[in-house]
Design a protein around this ligand. Structure first.
Ligand code: VER
Length: 226
């Protein structure tokens, strides 16, 4: 369903982003690849492939973040405590061998995703907030479920190599961090005005769809007939 700006949305920008993407969240969560991965039906190779693709996404997300750190609205969200690129590199070194993981090329969906991130950094920095929210708040939420399953399914050390991507060493209290993040969203929302808030919400839905498309590409690589 298309979000309706006249539907009496209350509760601020953070709530808007959450409700506007509820459908897309469900679709991403229920994608065949994610379902199979979290159902323990895929090997560690598929998990490593996901990490390898996410490396391209986070390299771009964080390069853009650093470029936008001085932006009056976007810069408030850019926080090195969130950065995941190095954690991914440690996981990939563990999963794939010290440097061979760099040989993995990006999938088409990954390229579309990083192209959009680059475009936003250049043309519409406020839209970047949608992508920041979609990935990092997801990693701090459902990512913790994924970590637990990955540890159990493929035998990684708890919070160790292989799942460092899901471990935010510098964020002591994820729940408190998420609360602060939502408050920052609400403050920015008040400065953006309603039309721009809806544009960002629309970009958020796009961010989820870019993730679902990536899962689709990975699912094509790891089909499961059963
Ligand atoms: Fe989600 N997520 N998620 N998620 N998520 C939560 C919140 C949340 C979950 C569980 C949960 C994605 O996938 C999953 C996102 C973003 C994303 C819970 C809370 C599971 C089990 C999966 C399985 C794959 C994906 C793929 C994304 C986006 C890339 C966000 C942004 C949020 C925060 C919502 C908010 O505003 O509080 C239990």
């Amino acid at each position: 369903p298309t979000p309706d700006p006249t539907s009496g949305q209350t509760g601020g920008f953070a709530a808007l982003l959450r409700t506007a993407t509820a459908q897309e969240h469900q679709e991403a969560e229920q994608s065949g690849f994610m379902g199979n991965l979290l159902g323990g039906r895929l090997g560690v190779e598929a998990y490593a492939d996901l990490a390898a693709q996410l490396w391209f996404v986070y390299a771009e997300l964080e390069a853009a973040g650093e470029a936008l750190a001085g932006h009056p609205l976007v810069g408030r969200f850019v926080d090195p405590a969130l950065f995941r690129r190095e954690a991914l590199e440690r996981d990939l070194a563990h999963l794939r061998g010290t440097s061979s993981w760099r040989q993995q090329p990006p999938l088409p969906a990954t390229e579309a995703y990083t192209a959009r991130l680059r475009q936003l950094a250049d043309e519409w920095p406020v839209g970047y907030i949608a992508h920041h929210y979609t990935r990092y708040l997801g990693d701090l939420s459902g990512g913790q479920i994924i970590r637990g399953i990955a540890e159990k399914t493929w035998g990684f050390d708890r919070k160790g190599d292989g799942v460092r991507f899901y471990v935010f060493e510098e964020i002591g209290n994820p729940a408190a961090f998420k609360r602060g993040y939502r408050e920052a969203l609400d403050r920015v929302g008040a400065e953006l005005g309603e039309i721009e808030q809806w544009r960002v919400a629309e970009e958020c839905r796009r961010a989820f769809r870019l993730n679902t498309a990536l899962f689709q590409d990975l699912g094509d690589r790891y089909p499961l007939s059963a």
